[in-house]
Design a binder for this molecule. Structure first.
Ligand code: 5GP
Ligand code: ZN
Length: 115
């Protein structure tokens, strides 16, 4: 999978991301096309294509994505002001990279609902 998947290449180090935070199971790095002053992607090191492919045994891993988002918010100074986490699944949501990732967006007010 690492051969063809962009985010697996980030995890393996074949492509070096602008890393913000890492644990043995997740990696967080800055988005190449930021949609807010802070825009970080949190990915599991294990390849899971979309949320539809997540299984009950992935529950801890999915939880770790959110705990990593909390760490990222603290490290980037957006925890108190507020931030948004987004996980896009498939075409209607606008998913373009098929290795699940949690967007962490902050540093400006967010609108609701998302478009
Ligand atoms: P999606 O639309 O799948 O939810 O989000 C994919 C995200 O990956 C987009 O926000 C896009 O800017 C980001 N992205 C795409 N290619 C790269 C890349 O090569 N490096 C980084 N850091 N982010 C990328
Ligand atoms: Zn992957």
């Amino acid at each position: 999978m690492a051969d063809s998947c962009l985010f697996c290449k980030m995890v393996s180090g074949a492509i070096q991301p602008d890393k913000v935070y890492e644990t043995p199971r997740v990696l967080a790095f800055r988005d190449i096309n930021p949609q807010a002053p802070v825009h970080v992607l949190v990915v599991p090191k294990q390849h899971v294509a979309t949320l539809n492919e997540a299984r009950p045994e992935d529950a801890l891993l999915l939880g770790e994505l959110f705990l990593a988002a909390r760490e990222v918010a603290g490290k980037t100074g957006i925890a108190e002001g507020g931030y948004r986490t987004v996980l896009n699944c498939n075409a209607d949501a606008g998913q373009t990279v098929f290795h699940i990732h949690l967007h962490v967006l902050g540093g400006r007010p967010m609108r609701w609902p998302p478009g």
